[in-house]
Ligand binder design. Structure first.
Ligand code: CP3
Length: 371
């Protein structure tokens, strides 16, 4: 069997590795920049593909996923990273749950987990190569299509965020079904979170072996939990993923892979203090726009790299508004010090004009230069 080194040597070498250097905590001449959901509905070329193919068909067809991943890279030479086109909900699918993507509502899981008895519906273990091999094929195809332009990020959803979808049956405002699991059935909740975390870790390892150079875990609903419940439930599952991924890769003789955690809306100082690399296993924290860079740096310490955190809505601010806000936030990150990867604080939204995204990226290149 090929080792990862054999596979890696078959890919063209990565020319722009700015994002990898920042993710290792090295000082970079300017901040590398990419945007969550950079392949998405604001791009006319994305909408063209979506006219002919359903959302999950796009995820499950490696040629389509690779094509969609490359669309923003082809359009914006200013992007410093690509992220594989996929979705966090492929993990519940791999666990045997049906997931539909409904145009107006977003994701719908018609048979949510309503009580611990439903856990019997989930398999004991998941063969990720069998269930999610299409993700790995998409990663490898994308690496070829990138031709070394920028690194490729692999990702998964965080166990708590996925548990929320699996118990709510879709999005939620109050999270009453998923959060009541934590109050009523804490032990079963932990078992569920661990089961999800194991699939997540295998999915991340598979993406690295297929050609991803760094990883991100999306905990979009982490901020819905009290700091106590974040520490008791969400965090141990996140730590489990980081440990398992690093352990397995090391065992396979693979180099260290940078890992980013995006714990959206987690702002409690006690929670942020627990995300230091030596405690959490993650190198970089993705910040949402609700925290100031200097304040975040004070709370997470000097070692954790920061990613973020422009307000996604700044992209509707017009050229002058965008430039002014990018200059302001860049100053805050320079003052904060340490590693920084520029990004939005959440995904880009569908009505952004592609030329405004382009201008935003140009402004980040200009104002993030280290003086
Ligand atoms: O960032 C990228 O460009 C890579 C692809 C990516 C998608 N989803 C594609 C997508 C990534 C990284 C995600 C992550 C994801 N998916 C998250 C975490 C990040 C976040 O936004 O908080 C979450 C919570 C999901 C679940 C999900 N998928 C929702 C809630 C929705 C519907 C709402 C929406 O924004 O459309 C999706 C659908 C989805 N995932 C789309 C895309 C491009 C749009 C669907 C379509 O084309 O019809």
């Amino acid at each position: 069997a090929d080792t990862w080194r054999d596979l890696e040597s078959k890919f063209p070498p990565i020319k722009n590795d700015l994002v990898l250097r920042a993710a290792r905590g090295e000082e970079t001449p300017r901040a590398p920049v990419w945007v969550m959901r950079q392949a998405g509905r604001y791009l006319p070329e994305f909408l063209e593909v979506r006219k002919k193919h359903s959302f999950f068909e796009c995820c499950q067809t490696p040629e389509l996923a690779a094509k969609l991943t490359l669309q923003p890279i082809d359009r914006y030479p200013t992007l410093d990273a690509s992220i594989i086109f996929c979705d966090i909900l492929v993990v519940p699918q791999a666990l045997g749950m049906e997931v539909l993507m409904e145009p107006a509502r977003g994701p719908v899981l018609p048979q949510p987990l309503t009580s611990p008895a439903d856990l019997a519906r989930l398999p004991d273990t998941v063969d990720v190569q069998k269930e999610l091999g299409y993700v790995f094929d998409a990663v490898t195809l994308t690496r070829q299509g990138l031709a070394g332009r920028v690194p490729l990020i692999g990702f998964c959803g965080a166990p708590w965020t996925l548990m929320a979808y699996m118990c709510e049956g879709g999005g939620s405002k109050t999270f009453e079904r998923s959060k009541s699991w934590l109050y009523k059935w804490p032990a079963e909740s932990k078992a569920l979170l661990t089961k999800i975390a194991d699939v997540c870790a295998d999915l991340l390892v598979g993406q690295v072996l297929a050609g991803a150079s760094m990883l991100q875990v999306f905990d979009s609903w982490a901020g819905e939990l009290t700091p106590h419940h974040f520490q008791e439930f969400a965090l141990p599952a996140l730590v489990h993923i980081a440990r398992k991924v690093r352990h397995v890769l090391k065992h396979l003789g693979h180099d260290e892979v940078p890992m980013t955690l995006f714990p959206r809306n987690v702002h409690a100082p006690s929670s942020l203090a627990l995300l230091k690399p030596e405690l959490s296993g993650y190198d970089t924290i993705g910040l949402d726009q609700g925290l100031d860079a200097v304040e975040a740096r004070r709370l997470v310490g000097p070692e954790l790299n920061l990613q973020g955190n422009f307000d996604p809505v700044v992209l509707y601010g017009g050229r002058e508004g965008i430039e002014k806000e990018v200059a302001r936030v860049c100053k805050r990150f320079h003052e904060a010090g340490g590693g920084w990867i520029a990004n939005l604080g959440h995904g880009i939204t569908p009505n952004v004009k592609p030329e405004d995204m382009g201008w935003f990226l140009e402004c980040v290149h200009k104002y993030s230069v280290r003086k």
